[in-house]
Each structure stands twice: as C-alpha cells, then as structure tokens.
Design a protein around this ligand. Sequence first.
Ligand code: ASP
Length: 352
Amino acid sequence: MRIICSAVVAAVIVMGSGSSYAQQLGGGKTVLVIHGGAGTIRKANMTPEVEREYREKLSEALRAGHAILARGGSSLDAVEATIHIMEDSPLFNAGKGAVFTHEGRNELDASIMDGRNRAAGAVAGVSVIRHPISAARAVMEKSEHVLLSGKGADLFATAQGLEVVDPSWFWTERRWKELQKKLMEEGAPGAKAEIEENQAGEPSSHKFGTVGAVALDRAGNLAAGTSTGGRTNKRWARVGDSPIIGAGTWADNKTCAVSGTGHGEFFIRWVVAYDVAALMSYAGLSVEEAAARVIATLKDVEGEAGLIALDAKGNFAMPFNTEGMYRGWIRADGEPHVQLYEEESAAPAKPR
Ligand code: ASP
C-alpha cells in the first residue's frame, strides 16, 4: 500500500502543475474566478437593492461559466460565456454599461489568452460589437494577429459574423451622467446640468466596472479574459491595459491566469499581469504571494489596482488596493461565492 501511495505521490510531483496534472487525476478540479472592477466600493454607498443586483449578476456569471466547466468544456469557453453575462449587464463598465469617452461615445477594449500555448487575441476601441470578448477571441482564432483596433477591429469582427449592434446599445443613463459630471468638473462648456451628485444607491466612483474572468478546466488548462469600456472621459483613442497582453490579461499553464482592473496606465507600465506570472516562474512565489506583491507595489506608487490570479492547481488570489472589488469564485461543487467589500476578504485560495 505504501509503495502504491508513494508511486502516486511521485507521479503527481513529476507531473507538477502542468496541463496533465488534473487530467491524470481524473479531472473534476475546475475553478472559475471573476471580477467586476475595483474602486471605491463601500457599503455606505449602496442600497440593499443595488448590492443584491451586483451579487445576483456576479453569481449568474459564475454559474454560466461553471456550467461549461462542469460538462468538460474548455476554460476559454467558460471565460467567454462568463464575460458575456457581465458585458450584457448595465452594472459593469463593459459592453452595455460601458463608460463614455470625452466625445460621448463608447469605445470598448477586450482581450483573451489561452494558457495552453499563449495564444492571445485583443481588440481596442470597438464600438459596434455587442461582445468585445468574442471579438478578441476571433482575433486569436481567426487571424494571424494579436491586437486589432478601432474601425478595423469592428470590420474584422463583423466579417467573422459576430453580433453587431447600434452604438446606442451601449448607452446607459448612469454612465452618461458620470461623463456629464466629469465634463462639468473640467468646466467644459455645454456640459448638461443634469447631474445628481451621488445617484441614490449607486457607487459614486467613475473609475471601475471592468470585468474579467480566469478559469481552470478539467483538462488542467488555464484561460483569462478581460473586457472594459476603459475610463470615463477618455480622449484621443486612449487605450488602457485591458486589451494589452501581459498588462491587463495573461494566461500560461506553467504559471497562472490573470485579469486586472484599475488604473490602466499603471498596469501597462508595471506589466502587471505578466509580472505575477514572472514572480511565480523566476522567483518561485506562490500565486497568492506573487499577486499580493504586485498589488502592494502598485499601492506604493498610488496606482489603483485589483486583480484575479489562478494557478494550474486551482489556487487563486483576488487582491486589490482599493476600497473594494466586485469579485467571486466557483469551484467544482458549483456553489458561487461573491464578495464586494474589503472586509469580506477571507482566505479562499486552497483548492478542494
Ligand atoms: N483598467 C481599465 C482601464 O484602464 C479600467 C478599469 O479597470 O477600471 O482601461
């Protein structure tokens, strides 16, 4: 018996955390972790109704992705389906509900990455594609490129048969008012005086709502995806970190899958998503240690940031240096867990 046990242990050690690990053990160890943006998320700013809406939508997104993982689907499919739910919800700054540019448009960014082979796809500044995450996936799977932008990205995604919507699809009153408020603060002429300081029950910050997902499937493969409207009042075709592989999104089975949210310029300069993976691979840190260190570094330089990171054994971390982050996870048992505020942070990282 002891010999058999040690043989199994040895096999697991030899296989390490590569893609064959879960497969050899018979699979079943699926994990999906999501975020819906980091920022000034305080209980005091929420009505119970709005809080419930967020919790329900995050749970729905987790269940949608889990359903795919539970029937043996891929982590890529789970990430995409999960993000679709959040892109279609006006609660988040992605797809419908995206923030407005200075000119009053919605320009959407998204990226996706496959942990098996570092295949990646991204779009920046799309304006008529209902699900930018699917446009990113189409770039990964149907083109020779990694990142397409603007009109070209819209044309490519349209040619791939993705759902096209009128730009007004993305319009929401809440985001429009956030833009008007920003414009008024800047003293822009013509900004409408239709601003209520803190709309009842809604978080007051314009700085969050990006969505992301990382998943581990039964075959032991990781994937990551991120989708956003960027930052309110952005100009000059500004592109943030979300469509930049290595900054806002990363996935490699050898280390981890990462999706970030926060001040994108810092994510780009600190190469955040890849830095988590690099700390794991070069410095031997665990996913929790690596993620915490990167977020702490950004705090030191006053870069608002949060991220989700998941390794190939199912360990994950959800650190942030803001007051809160919409976040959640679901394991093979199919029970969704959702957290909003800082005080809810526990230690959920051990695989089961
Ligand atoms: N990181 C996004 C950007 O800078 C925004 C966010 O996550 O809130 O475009």
